[in-house]
Each structure stands twice: as structure tokens, then as C-alpha cells.
Design a binder for this molecule. Structure first.
Ligand code: HEC
Length: 160
């Protein structure tokens, strides 16, 4: 049986919870109004530059397999891994616009987005491991898996 003491009054609890949610929302709004707009524009530019660099790293790794330049492979795969590790931080809620191909699904399933970035990171680390073993065939296979991890995220979270 529900007793109507203040401690057990579901309406009172709801009220308190709503109040704290509301003040958290107000604080967030204040932060966004203070610094949000230029920061959002900058973050889209920054992440696009990092993704463009990724394309260059992928091509460089592909070329270095033939020449057996395993140090270059390690350093370029390291750059991809580093970017993957911080990638979700470059997707603050609402950082969308005509200059961005990010899909709103990112924020509807942010855990999934983070998991896709983690997969990308792990795939880049596997390329490094293959390069450390100086095995060109393994690097090739790991590079393909890395490319697949880029594509998997794009298919779900990138519009064009
Ligand atoms: C976890 C998700 C995710 C992973 C992993 C990922 N991307 Fe992306 N990528 C995106 C999203 C989202 C955008 C759109 C960013 C925007 O326009 O705001 C994007 C954009 C791009 C762009 C276009 C940049 C531009 O100038 O518009 C390129 C190129 C790209 N990614 C390459 C790659 C490559 C190569 C990899 C793998 C090594 C990769 N991405 C891994 C999500 C991902």
C-alpha cells in the first residue's frame, strides 16, 4: 500500500526531480548561449579536417604495403587511432548544419556511435600490430578491416 507521507509521495519526488532536471537544462542553455555558436561551427570544421586526413592516411598505408615501409604504416595508423579515440568529443549534441553530413541518428544512438569509433580505433591498432610483425599480407588484411570499420559508421551515421 502506498502511504501518503512526504517521503513516499510520488508526485513530490517527481517534482523534485523535474526541478533539478530543469536547472541542469538552464545551466546547459547558459553555456550554449555563452560559447556555443562559434564552437559548434569550429567543431564541424575540425572534425571534417580530421576525417579528410584519415583518407590520406588510408592511401599512404596502402602505398606503404608495397614498399614495405612499416614505420610509415605504424605512424599513419597511429594517427587514425588517435583521432578515433577522441572522435565522439567532436560531435556535441546539435552540431549539425548545411556544411555537415552528420546524421541526427548520431545523437539518438550515441552509445552505438561511440562503439563504432571504438571499433575503428581497435582496427587501426590491429594494423599497427601487423606492421610491428612486418607482415605485409597481415597489414593488407587489417587495412581492409579498418576500411570496413569506416564504412560501417558512415552507412549508419553519415548522410552523404
Ligand atoms: C564512428 C563513426 C565514423 C568512423 C569510424 C569514421 N567516420 Fe568518417 N565521418 C563520420 C561522420 C559522422 C562524418 C560527417 C562529419 C560532418 O560532416 O560533420 C564523416 C565524414 C568523413 C569524410 C568527409 C569529410 C568532409 O570533408 O566532409 C571522410 C573523407 C571520412 N569521414 C573518412 C573516414 C575514414 C577514411 C575513416 C576510417 C579510417 C572514417 N571516416 C571513420 C563518421 C565516421
Amino acid at each position: 500500500m502506498l502511504k501518503s507521507t512526504p517521503d513516499h509521495n510520488p508526485e513530490l519526488k517527481l517534482g523534485a526531480k523535474f526541478g533539478s532536471t530543469l536547472s541542469a537544462a538552464l545551466i546547459t542553455a547558459a553555456i550554449l548561449i555563452g560559447t556555443g555558436l562559434p564552437a559548434l561551427a569550429g567543431v564541424i570544421e575540425d572534425r571534417k579536417a580530421n576525417f579528410k586526413a584519415n583518407n590520406g592516411h588510408m592511401r599512404a598505408i596502402g602505398g606503404a604495403i608495397g614498399s614495405g615501409d612499416f614505420d610509415l604504416i605504424k605512424s599513419r595508423a597511429g594517427k587514425i587511432a588517435e583521432w578515433a579515440a577522441v572522435m565522439p568529443d567532436y560531435f556535441p549534441e546539435g552540431s549539425l548544419g548545411s556544411d555537415s553530413s552528420a546524421k541526427p541518428e548520431i545523437w539518438e544512438a550515441f552509445d552505438e556511435f561511440k562503439a563504432a569509433a571504438q571499433d575503428n580505433h581497435d582496427a587501426a591498432m590491429a594494423v599497427i600490430a601487423a606492421a610491428e610483425a612486418k607482415n605485409g599480407d597481415d597489414v593488407g588484411a587489417a587495412l581492409q578491416a579498418l576500411g570496413a570499420s569506416c564504412k560501417a559508421c558512415h552507412q549508419k551515421f553519415k548522410a552523404w
